[in-house]
Design a protein around this ligand. Structure first.
Ligand code: ATP
Ligand code: MG
Length: 382
């Protein structure tokens, strides 16, 4: 799988751009605030139909513009396909080969992206919501149908919460429990399936990154679902929990139980990393998760996902950085990295790397030979 060409119009601060990423590595460099993350955000949106940063779609069109568009040509299993996404009026529309598509699995068609941003490093110690979102990103990647399922759940949940606020009669509330229970059980089972696939790899990668020092595990905590992946059993348990919690929900005017309140916890030697992990251990945990996720996708897709790395080198300690670059050097898929300072990325990844500079939302391909002096003044490589 390769991203061959990318076109952007009015996306954040990028009025217009056409970029042909390198077959393996692409380095995008420029000073703070000039559009590096915006470019990755556009690619992420194109490949997942979801925003990379926690934002509403309405934030994406360039200030003063009503809409924006990202279009990309991809090669997947020897076949070239063109997908595009257009954001207008706070919603997004997906296009495959120029035609609007509703069938999102056809749209994705084997295209897959894993992002790694400085925000990921906050996940281990952050609020449960952050880890849920982190988990769900990985579930979307692994099971594209999850996008429609989680949206169905979100709709049903919002409808139930609205009825709770309106103090609607119980019969009306119960009429909405069906879709909520159906989609909710599916979400729990998808999450558990992904975690079951990921955990052995995660353990193994974390152990090897830390030379056997860290024993990690992933724990999914549901307040209602019995262990396991029997969807019927999870459905029954959710239906019962909603009935049992109705008086409480009415009091709080909000649904207290369901996959939106379940938790993912990282553990080190059986203790929750949220409370106990050091900075370095948190970074190792996230790096191990990302590598495990990439390897797992590769196994199931039959090809490597596109990797988007947003300025992570500057956030990782030198040891993790070295491990990341070593991993990338052996990685045969395509990777797009951003940095304020290309000089410390010059050695790796080797070979077919393309460099683009960005200035006020405009991108220009540059010759790596002229780059050594291109680092912004006053910044020293680590
Ligand atoms: N909808 C929008 N329209 C126009 N400009 C926008 C929009 N949204 C964000 N921006 C601008 O984009 C710029 C930020 O771009 P981006 O986050 O890509 O920077 P960056 O190059 O990644 O910087 P850093 O190195 O600090 O991470 C800011 O100047 C911001 O004001
Ligand atoms: Mg940035």
């Amino acid at each position: 799988m390769r991203l061959l060409r990318l076109r952007l119009r009015d996306f954040r601060n990028i009025a217009q751009a056409e970029i042909e990423p390198g077959p393996r590595a692409t380095v995008v460099f420029g000073p703070n605030g000039h559009g590096k993350t915006n470019l990755l955000e556009a690619i992420y949106l194109l490949a997942t139909l979801r925003p990379l940063r926690a934002s509403r779609f309405a934030e994406l069109p360039r200030f003063g513009e009503a809409n924006c568009e990202v279009e990309g040509d991809w090669e997947v299993a020897g076949i070239e396909r063109r997908i595009a996404v257009r954001v207008e009026g706070g919603t997004r529309q997906a296009f495959l080969d120029g035609k609007r598509v509703q069938d999102l699995e056809a749209y994705f068609g084997g295209i897959s992206v894993v992002s790694f941003t400085p925000d990921d490093l906050l996940v281990v110690k952050g609020e449960p919501e952050l880890r849920r979102r982190h988990l769900d990103r990985a579930v979307f990647n692994r099971f594209p149908a999850f996008l429609a399922e989680s949206r169905a759940y979100g709709r049903a949940l919002r409808a139930r919460n609205r009825l709770l606020r309106e103090e609607a009669p119980t019969e009306l509330l119960e009429a909405f429990d069906g879709p909520l229970v159906e989609a909710g059980a599916r979400i729990v089972v998808r999450r558990r399936r992904l975690l079951e696939e990921l955990e052995p790899r995660f353990r193994q990668v974390l152990s090897s990154l830390t030379r056997g020092q860290l024993q990690g595990s992933l724990r999914y905590r549901s307040s209602f679902a019995p262990p396991g992946q029997d969807e019927g059993a999870v459905r029954d348990a959710l239906a019962k929990a909603l009935r049992d919690g109705l008086a409480r929900d009415r009091g709080r005017k909000h649904t207290g139980v369901g996959p939106h309140a379940d938790r993912l916890d990282f553990e080190l030697s059986g203790r929750t990393a949220r409370t106990f992990a050091s900075q370095g251990q948190q970074r190792a945990i996230i790096l191990a998760w990302k590598i495990a996720e990439i390897e797992n996708l590769e196994d199931h897709l039959g090809h490597q996902p596109l990797l988007l790395l947003d300025d992570v080198s500057s956030e990782l300690d030198p040891e993790r950085n070295r491990q990341l670059l070593a991993y990338l050097d052996a990685f045969h898929g395509q990777v797009i990295l951003t940095t304020t300072d290309p000089s410390h990325l010059l050695q790796a990844p080797s070979g077919q790397t393309r460099y683009f500079s960005v200035w006020e939302g405009s991108f220009a391909q540059v010759d790596p030979d002229g780059l050594s002096g291109a680092a912004p003044k006053g910044q020293n490589p680590e």
